[in-house]
Design a protein around this ligand. Structure first.
Ligand code: GLU
Length: 279
């Protein structure tokens, strides 16, 4: 089987050292395995996306020496596809329309933050969405928040993790419901990251997902969605995160370690590799 991986940035800010690490690591592993490396632009939230950032992504990645497959997937062009994939499995997903604001949720629950925010207290669970052909054209539904409360016969799930907590990772549906809760799949007009990412990993034939260890818990969400959509579960490699000098996680808001700044300072792509320990 051909090894296929991807880098999936959101064009909402400059690429920084953390992105460079993730992209270079994935690229190197794909080269080592004589595989394919895809680029996917995760531009779902149009209020935060800017075309200049997208241009910069191409420029920075090329400068780093990364070559990607010619076909680039842009998620903003695939919303109908995500919406119908989700609705076709309305029953197994246990889809419901949620009217709660973040404030409503935090006033009810003191649950800790999971990979999809606060564990949802279930307020709108009766607002069930049923599959029908007309729903696909339902503008009101398209503009709603939609959550899932899965109905599945399968009660235990697993995925293979190659770096962080190496080995087989196993979890049950009931733990998932308790610690992660009713995940948002659709956000007033566009697909949530979890839904789009799972659909696209399968669509691009990704065999190995290489990304930061901050997404380790989110992978449980992805595995549940894969099971509902009858999609294969790839292998996962959750790598270490790159921190700034103060030991804090790099944020897109923080331009201090953006690749373009290093370029301006005269660093070469090899200097960046050395900085990241990627030789
Ligand atoms: N767009 C996501 C991010 O930038 C991608 C995460 C992933 O690789 O699945 O965090």
């Amino acid at each position: 089987m051909t090894f296929i991986t991807r880098f999936a940035p959101s064009p909402t800010g400059p690429l920084h050292l953390g992105h460079a690490y993730s992209a270079l690591l994935a690229y190197d592993i794909s080269q080592k395995n004589k595989g394919n490396f895809h680029l996917r632009i995760e531009d779902l939230d149009q209020s935060r996306v800017r075309s200049e950032w997208e241009e910069k992504i191409y420029e920075d990645l090329s400068w780093l020496g990364i070559k990607w497959n010619k076909i680039i997937l842009r998620q903003s062009e695939r919303l109908d596809f995500y919406f119908s994939k989700m609705l076709n499995k309305a029953k197994n997903f246990g889809l419901f329309r949620c009217k709660c604001s973040r404030g409503d949720i935090s006033s009810i629950t003191s649950a800790p933050h999971g990979p999809d925010g606060l564990v949802y207290p279930g307020t709108c669970r009766n607002e069930k969405i049923y599959f029908s052909k007309e729903q696909h054209q339902n503008l009101d539904l398209l503009q709603s928040n939609i959550r899932m409360h899965p109905n599945l016969k399968k009660k235990s799930f697993n995925f293979k993790e190659n770096i962080f907590q190496k080995g087989q990772s196993v979890f049950t549906l009931s733990d998932f419901k308790k610690s992660i809760g009713d995940v948002v799949l659709w956000r007033r007009g566009y697909a949530a990251y979890h839904l789009a990412s799972v659909i696209d990993d399968a669509y691009q034939g990704v065999t190995d997902v290489i990304r930061g260890e901050d997404l380790f818990e989110a992978t449980k969400i992805h595995v549940v969605i894969q099971n509902i959509l009858d999609l294969p579960t790839p292998k996962y490699h959750h790598h270490r995160l790159i921190n700034d000098e103060a030991g804090n996680r790099l944020a897109k808001r923080n331009d201090a370690q953006s690749i373009s700044l290093y370029r301006k300072k005269g660093y070469s792509p090899d200097d960046i590799r050395e900085l990241l320990g990627l030789f």
